[in-house]
Ligand binder design. Sequence first.
Ligand SMILES: NC(=O)c1ccc[n+]([C@@H]2O[C@H](COP(=O)([O-])OP(=O)(O)OC[C@H]3O[C@@H](n4cnc5c(N)ncnc54)[C@H](O)[C@@H]3O)[C@@H](O)[C@H]2O)c1
Length: 103
Amino acid sequence: MNPAKSFDYRKLFDLSGRVALVVGGGSGIGQAGAEGMAAHGAHVVVADIVPEDAKGVAERISGAGGKAISVQIDVRDTAAVTPWSPQWCAIRAGSTYCSPHRR
Ligand SMILES: NC(=O)c1ccc[n+]([C@@H]2O[C@H](COP(=O)([O-])OP(=O)(O)OC[C@H]3O[C@@H](n4cnc5c(N)ncnc54)[C@H](O)[C@@H]3O)[C@@H](O)[C@H]2O)c1
């Protein structure tokens, strides 16, 4: 065995400290992806055009001990996905990214 080539496989799927934005996370494949990444430690932003569905998934993740917030967004709306829009700042909530000093 070559000690220099050892690898910590436990960290391979560790998403602790990472933010995962899942558009369409309110149902189906997006929901599964959101829940899967939360299970691996990511702080998940569940974004969906249907706010109740996004909220439900975020609550499900939080109820299972994970970290998640929900945000209503329509990815077809250019203004909504433009940096500094209210939705964008909601996605970046908790960081200093949306502070006036960074604009
Ligand atoms: N389910 C499958 O087996 C499968 C297989 C291959 C490809 N796909 C494709 O993958 C995609 C997702 O499939 P699914 O089964 O999870 O569908 P789904 O309808 O369950 O999920 C799509 C999600 O996207 C949200 N959404 C729709 N328009 C949006 C918009 N403008 N902005 C933000 N959110 C929006 C919906 O509210 C919904 O929560 C689809 O394009 C589907 O055709 C699915």
